[in-house]
Ligand binder design. Structure first.
Ligand code: FAD
Length: 337
């Protein structure tokens, strides 16, 4: 809707860290609206590796990324956050001691403080320069695997030589009909252990290495590819019959509009005071992957702690003059969802 929404804190980014910030703000009696460019919550966890297990979330020896996101949403739910998904924030303007956080579609959140939890910024896959590839994207050309099952029995071409490419070769080999691995040179950048496991699969015939080749063209119709054409630098070509192409050429990350908000930056990250996660603009805080300070670890668990620090630093802005009686969650509990 084109309304202006009043709240205490505007959180930009619904990744794991932005979601946990809803909880931390809620525990300190601050309401939040969350905006995200993507049409789902969970940031990198949902968009890049929903079915991968994470092993370094405290208290969870192993949890799939998508499940972590579900749990974070459930943990935030009692505080009734309002999510504006599919809304990339383009502007953050001061008015008095408040902020207008808005986007091109006309959604505006009016808040006393802003938490930027925008991860790597607006991110998207590096697309191979193949003519007409757009027509196949999301149908038979995929830049991420949302559900492994979708690839059962299929002939898959995986392109790329890094960890993502090899992870998916290893993961999909046992359910796909056939997996071609396209790489432009014989040497892979991926972890040596993954390369060794792939080579073992090559011996079984499940996986076929097509090197040194590059993607050259696609054949198909109505969004469904039928073959991937590859070629060597000296022009030899091969046509690989295939049902799906998965190119893994890394992510293009760009701060996009965030770079225009007058915040001190360093190499595409926002510099913050690690004690409070305050940026160079009073009232604007940054946490998670986008925040930088000496010794910063780009881990979900660090982002969680930063969310707590930021919420405590924001409390006196939202509740001026009120002394914060710090309580453990075991003492205060959470509202009924
Ligand atoms: P993100 O998850 O990047 O979320 C940021 C959100 O902000 C995105 O949804 C984005 O759309 C949104 N956004 C950006 N700009 C705007 C804008 N202008 N307007 C609106 N929304 C915007 N970490 C671990 O701790 N353990 C692991 O085992 C682990 N494994 C990983 C495996 C892979 C394959 C990858 C890619 C990462 C892994 N990570 C791991 C890193 C972890 O995913 C990140 O540290 C974490 O996602 C950072 O969370 P975040 O909320 O800060 O940012």
């Amino acid at each position: 809707s084109n309304a202006t929404h009043q709240t205490d804190v505007a959180i930009i980014g619904a990744g794991p860290v932005g979601l946990f910030a809803v909880f931390e703000c809620g525990m300190l009696k601050m309401k939040a609206h969350v905006l995200d460019a993507l049409d789902m919550a969970g940031g990198q966890c949902s968009a890049l590796y929903p079915e991968k297990p994470i092993y370094d979330i405290p208290g969870h020896p192993r949890i799939d990324a998508a499940e972590l996101v579900r749990q974070l949403e459930a943990q935030a739910a009692p505080f009734k956050p309002v999510y504006h998904l599919g809304h990339a924030v383009t502007r953050v303007e001061s008015h008095g001691d408040r902020f207008l956080v808005g986007n091109a579609n006309g959604v505006t959140v009016d808040a006393r403080a802003v938490i930027v939890a925008a991860g790597v910024g607006a991110f998207g896959p590096n697309r191979p320069p193949l003519e007409g590839i757009e027509a196949y994207e999301g149908k038979s050309v995929h830049y991420l695997v949302k559900r492994r099952e979708d690839f059962r029995g299929k002939r898959i071409v995986i392109a790329g030589g890094g960890d993502s490419a090899l992870d998916w070769v290893l993961s999909l080999a046992d359910l796909a009909a056939h997996v071609y691995v396209i790489h432009r040179r014989p040497k892979f950048r991926a972890a040596p252990e993954s390369v060794a496991r792939m080579e073992a699969l090559v011996k079984t015939g499940k996986v076929e290495m097509v090197v040194p080749y590059q993607l050259a063209d696609l054949e198909g119709s109505n969004g469904q590819i039928s073959a991937v054409i590859v070629s060597t630098l000296d022009g030899q070509t091969r046509s690989l019959p295939a049902d799906a192409l998965l190119p893994f050429f890394g992510l293009s990350m760009n701060l996009g509009p965030i770079a225009q908000w007058g915040l001190n930056l360093e190499h595409n990250h926002i510099l913050v005071d690690p004690a409070t996660c305050a940026t160079s603009r009073a009232g604007i805080f940054a946490i998670g992957d986008i925040a930088h300070y000496p010794g910063k670890l780009k881990l979900i668990l660090s982002g969680f702690a930063e969310a707590a620090s930021a919420a405590h630093a924001i409390y006196p802005l939202v509740h001026p003059g009120e002394v914060l009686h710090f309580e453990y969650s075991t003492t205060s509990g959470v509202p009924a969802a």
